[in-house]
Design a protein around this ligand. Structure first.
Ligand SMILES: *Cc1c(COP(=O)(O)O)cnc(C)c1O
Length: 360
């Protein structure tokens, strides 16, 4: 058996070293005689796994002490509802940026709980850019401002953290979390599904400033109440223990790579060489405005859709996997998360050049 170069958008690639560690631990975690999946979440062994994962994430992201770190179920999508439930805090309006498919989903969900003001929208540009700051319409009475740092489908990302003054800032960081350092203190809440850069699907990470907790809308389920989850150390019910453990292994792996500054350097280099190859090809095209091109998700099209099938077939032969683009964008998409090694990007570029030469 040999593994492929995995460009899946999510669930995405995991570091090989992490998979091997999980494999070694599978039958008998550290002499406990059971696997992590088979132990009580309230037992000493799992409590130590959980605490260590949180400590490592805090260290990696330099999370200030006045923030809670929650390991929750239901992915990022569940947070689309939980965020208004927890952060409206008596207000009736919230601000949302609409920069792509994930923004739209977050907005749709939030509309069930509050009036959504769209700060800026790039739909008229087919979500290929981030609207300029001069066009933003921030509402000073909004309970919070929500944005999607990186649109995983469109491959478009903010080039800076929006300045929202005193209005709490909320970010969906699903597909860029741990890809580079980020100043956590600028945010009221950071959240993300795990399956892009952290671990197996189903788990979501929520990092929330403590002073915002405790004032939820009527009818908020305990599962979605951040105060309740914080008070029970994310164990209001049985948490997704195996995903939590896997996330912990990934955090240790990121630390071993040199932390987020080192990840940023590698990620920037990977993205830069792939975009450069696309630009230089005179064959492939990326639709996104230069300043907002994603480091993590690189969509590109071929000169004609008729070539897509042949491109994918050749890619499969070269062990380049999961390159088919999202149906809303078409063409190809290479997701080059933390766990996708630079050698995979090199292999992709080499295949792309070959294919372009043969089909020009
Ligand atoms: C994948 C993704 C989501 C959805 O995550 P789920 O865990 O499937 O709910 C939300 N936002 C962004 C930016 C994503 O990339």
């Amino acid at each position: 058996m040999s593994r492929v170069f995995n460009f899946s958008a999510g669930p995405g690639a995991l570091p090989e070293a992490v998979l091997k560690q999980a494999q070694a631990d599978l039958m008998d975690w550290q002499g406990s005689g059971v696997s992590v999946m088979e132990m009580s979440h309230r037992g000493k062994a799992f409590m130590s796994i959980a605490a260590e994962a949180e400590a490592d994430l805090r260290e990696l992201m330099v999370i200030p002490d006045n923030y809670k770190v929650l390991f929750l179920q239901g992915g990022a999508t569940t947070q689309f509802a939980a965020i208004p439930m927890n952060l409206l805090r008596g207000k009736k309006q919230a601000d949302y940026f609409n920069t792509g498919q994930w923004s739209k989903k977050a907005i749709k969900e939030a509309k069930q709980y509050c009036d959504v003001n769209i700060v800026a929208c790039s739909e008229a540009d087919n979500f290929s850019t981030i609207p300029p700051v001069s066009e933003w319409k921030l509402n000073p009475d909004a309970a919070y401002v929500h944005y999607t740092a990186n649109e995983t489908i469109g491959g478009v990302e903010f080039d800076h953290i929006p300045d929202t003054g005193d209005v709490p800032l909320v970010v969906d960081l699903s597909s860029t979390i741990l890809s580079r350092p980020i100043d956590v203190s600028k945010f009221a809440l950071i959240y993300g599904g795990a399956q892009k850069n952290i671990g197996p699907a189903g788990l979501a990470i929520v990092i929330v400033r403590e002073d915002l907790l405790g004032d939820v809308i009527d009818g908020t389920p305990g599962m979605l109440n951040y105060q309740v989850q914080a008070d029970s150390d994310s164990m209001f019910n049985t948490p997704p223990t195996f995903s939590w453990y896997m996330a912990g292994l990934v955090f240790k792996w990121v630390k071993a790579q040199g932390g987020l500054a080192a990840m940023a350097e590698i990620n920037q280099r990977k993205a830069a060489k792939l975009y450069a190859a696309i630009e230089a090809s005179g064959f492939y095209k990326n639709p996104v405005a230069l300043a907002y091109r994603s480091w993590m998700n690189v969509p590109f099209t071929l000169p004609s859709e008729d070539l897509d099938k042949a491109f994918l077939a050749g890619a499969a032969e070269a062990k380049l996997d999961s390159l088919k683009g999202h149906r809303s964008v078409g063409g190809m998409r290479a997701s080059i998360y933390n766990a996708v090694p630079e050698s995979a990007v090199d292999a992709l570029i080499s295949y792309m050049n070959q294919f372009a030469q043969a089909n020009k």
